[in-house]
Design a protein around this ligand. Structure first.
Ligand SMILES: [Cu+2]
Length: 260
């Protein structure tokens, strides 16, 4: 079954490569939904053919004005409501609760702050001290999209980059996502994960990369004239040693980096 699912996912649906834990269950869901749709399609086609035969004009020369007196449809409706309640309460909500419970601990994850803006992704790292400097909404400006307080000593070694998010492989990543202007949405197709970036909110979301490489970021929310330019962002998944080297190479003379 597992091989069949993967064959269907990659050969029939042509889904892109997977590069994170949790990507496979997402694909399995997509595949199972397609199986279900196929079964519904075949079922409805069979029913359609049956009705063509059953209600043919030659077989039913006189129309019936009474209609069905059966109470079957009522029971079927109740059964469907019951089944859908089970899907929601028995499956969907417990799975969502498990996802919330399984959210990785911050001290065991790579932490990145991301602020989306028209039309790029700003990423911020805590630097060698592992501590993000204070931020304040009122400090947010054209050249300080994170609203970093330059007076906070913890902000001295923080650094920012644009359109690249570097992370080490096989370790959970937590991205704290926000937006400076309109609603954007950070979509990582290879990780099978998407999160809206909403002005005024900082939303944490997580994934665990399992493959080294450069993976495209797309904006999944039409955000303006340069929307397509936001596909110029990449998540760069590195070997832990290469990631450390990269971290060390990012010297940060000032916490506030001009973006333009
Ligand atoms: Cu966007």
């Amino acid at each position: 079954m597992k091989e069949l699912n993967d064959w269907f996912a990659f050969k029939v649906l042509a889904l892109p490569e997977r590069a994170a834990l949790g990507a496979k269950p997402v694909d399995d869901l997509i595949v199972v939904v397609h199986y279900l749709m196929l079964a519904l399609f075949l079922g409805w086609v069979a029913y359609f053919i049956y009705t063509l035969w059953r209600f043919n004009a030659r077989r039913n020369a006189k129309a019936s004005y009474e209609g069905s007196k059966s109470s079957m449809p009522k029971y079927v409706e109740f059964a469907i409501v019951g089944f859908e309640a089970f899907l929601l309460l028995g499956l969907a909500i417990p799975m969502w609760a498990k996802n919330v419970q399984d959210f990785p601990a911050a001290d065991q994850s790579t932490l990145v702050q991301v602020v989306a803006e028209q039309f790029r992704w700003n990423a911020r790292y805590a630097g060698p001290d592992g501590k993000f400097g204070q931020q304040e909404m009122k400090l947010v400006a054209e050249n300080n999209v994170f609203g970093v307080d330059p007076k906070d000593p913890a902000s001295k070694d923080d650094f920012q980059i644009v359109n690249e998010i570097h992370v080490p492989v096989d370790k959970p990543v937590i991205i704290y996502l926000s937006s400076r202007d309109v609603i954007h949405s950070l979509k990582l197709v290879a990780m099978r994960t998407t999160q809206d970036a909403i002005p005024g909110l900082r939303i944490p979301f997580s994934f665990t990369p399992t493959k080294i490489g450069r993976f495209q970021i797309e904006c999944a929310q039409l955000c303006g004239g340069g929307h397509s330019a936001m596909a110029g962002g990449f998540v760069v998944v590195q070997d832990p040693k290469d990631f450390q080297k990269w971290l060390d190479s990012q010297s940060a003379p000032a916490p506030v980096v001009a973006n333009k």
